[in-house]
Structures are given as C-alpha cells and as structure tokens.
Design a protein around this ligand. Structure first.
Ligand SMILES: Nc1ncnc2c1ncn2[C@@H]1O[C@H](COP(=O)(O)OP(=O)(O)O)[C@@H](O)[C@H]1O
Ligand SMILES: [Mg+2]
Length: 265
C-alpha cells in the first residue's frame, strides 16, 4: 500500500447562484509512495489545487476516497503540512516565532522548540534572520520560512501549491534546488503543484498531468533523471523529451483558453 492512496476521487463545490453542484475533480486515482516526489501540472482551473486541498483535508470529499498510510482523510492532520503560494506567516511574530508556532501545537518543551525551529531555519539559510519579522523579508525569504515551518512539525507528507509561483524566475530556480537538497535529506513524501513545466520535471519522480472539464488525470509521466540533479540537466535531450511531452498535453488545453505563463486561477 502506498503512503497516499487517492481512489476514484470526486470533488464538487456549491454554486450558490444556480443551486447546482459544480464538479471540479472526477475519477482521480493516484498512489504516491513514501519518499516519492510527485508534481502536478495542468492548465488553470483543472483542479490541481482542489486535489491538493482534498489530500490536505481542507476540502471535503464528495466521492471516492483519500487515505494516508491506510487511514481515510476526513480533516487536516499533523501527518500533512501545506505550503501555499502566499507565505501565510504571522506578521507579528519573528521568523523564529513563526517556525516555532507549529511546534507549540505539539508536545515540545520550550528549549526543544527553539532548538528544533532554529535547525530548520538554518536549513533554509535564514540563520541570520531569525529575529526578523515577515515584512522585513523578501518574497523568497518568506517562502523559505514557510517551508521551514512546514518541515519543522515533521509531517510525513508535504503538500505544496505553487509555492514558488509568486517568485521571480531566478529565485524560483534557486528555491527549487534548495527544496530538492532538503527533500533528499528529510525523505518526505511530496505532492507539488506548479504550472511551470521545467519545475515540474526537475523536481519530480513522476509528473501528473491534469486536464479540465471536469478535472481529471490525463497522464502520469515518470522522470528517469538520476539524483542529485543539477541545473545543467535542463539542456539535456532527455529533459527536452519530457518537456515536449508535457507541452503537447498543455497545448491541447490552452487551445481552448487564454493561458498566460504565470497566470493564476
Ligand atoms: N471554493 C470553490 N467554490 C466553487 N468553485 C471552486 C472553488 N474552488 C475552485 N473552484 C473551481 O473548481 C475548478 C478547479 O479549481 P482549482 O482546483 O483551483 O484549479 P487549479 O488549481 O488547477 O487552477 C475551477 O473551475 C474553479 O473555478
Ligand atoms: Mg491552483
């Protein structure tokens, strides 16, 4: 049994205007092994966030099942941490205070909390900024804090919804590199939504391609690039092959809609 088991998932939303239910995701089946890094790509509105939120337990399941280690997901839990595009940091707390926050919900002594929080702050390269407040940090730094906070609570599963989507291209690449290094050390299971094709391939063991109306899985593509990975792989024939395959998928969906790179549903 895989760590994340999504079976024939359906998610519907209320549409107050018509009173009908809108089907955002249908017939999605996906297994993710412990320690695997799976990315999800697809045009805006194809249900990427919905799928991720459902696994997080933040959106109710209308049909099918989601299980983590065999336990059915009905609500958020400490086995899963979510990182959103906008770093949801507490503005009145320092970097250290923000990373400690999640640990305050768990049973750590005060000293252990600080030590553990600092370990993850160092890991994301912010040791010298522990006393800073969110407004004193760049977008990339805030997202580093977000990732440190998610990792510090030691979840089994890391759920990330376009975590680097608001960052400039260069920062984004650096963050992707860093995330991989941390992930290789921490051995977390990762489900990562992006609409950046290169990012999806570079990070993934497998790329899930979703399509629209209603949201479904079109293909699951295995990425056979050895790890650790370096930026130079982006120019390889192997990478180009994957890139072409994903572009073809997305081109189908984009033909019917106006999708600007970096656009957000
Ligand atoms: N809370 C909601 N209520 C109603 N419809 C929603 C809600 N969230 C998302 N949707 C709709 O569900 C579909 C999938 O959305 P979403 O999962 O955000 O897609 P993506 O993340 O791939 O852009 C879209 O048509 C969107 O408008
Ligand atoms: Mg989304």
């Amino acid at each position: 049994m895989a760590q994340i088991e999504v079976r024939d998932l359906q998610i519907t939303y209320d549409t107050p205007k018509t009173g009908e239910r809108f089907t955002a995701v249908e017939g999605v089946t996906l297994s993710v092994e412990a320690g695997e890094f799976v990315t999800i790509v697809g045009a805006s509105g194809c249900g990427k966030s919905t799928l991720l939120l459902a696994v997080a337990g933040l959106v109710p399941v209308s049909g099918g099942t989601i299980a983590i280690d065999g336990r059915t997901v009905t609500a958020p839990g400490p086995d899963r941490a979510v990182v959103f595009q906008e770093a949801s940091l507490l503005p009145w707390r320092s970097v250290l205070g923000n990373v400690k926050f999640g640990l305050e919900m768990q049973r750590w002594t005060r000293d252990d909390r600080t030590e553990r929080a600092m370990r993850f702050i160092r890991m994301v390269g912010l040791a010298n900024f522990a006393d800073y407040h969110p407004h004193q940090l760049s977008g990339g730094m805030r997202q580093r804090v977000n990732i440190a906070r998610a990792l510090a609570v030691d979840p089994k599963v890391l759920l990330m919804d376009e975590p680097f989507g608001a960052l400039d291209a260069q920062t984004r690449e650096v963050m992707g590199d860093e995330l991989l290094t941390i992930w290789e050390r921490e051995k977390k299971t990762a489900l990562f939504v992006t609409h950046d094709i290169d990012e999806a391939i570079f990070l993934a063991d497998r790329v899930v391609v979703m399509g629209r109306n209603p949201g479904h899985i079109k293909e699951i593509m295995r990425v056979d690039i050895p790890r650790p990975r370096h930026e130079d792989v982006l120019d390889s024939d192997l990478f180009n092959g994957y890139r072409k395959r994903l572009r073809a998928h997305l081109a189908e969906d984009m033909a019917s809609m106006h999708l600007v790179e970096g656009a957000q549903a």
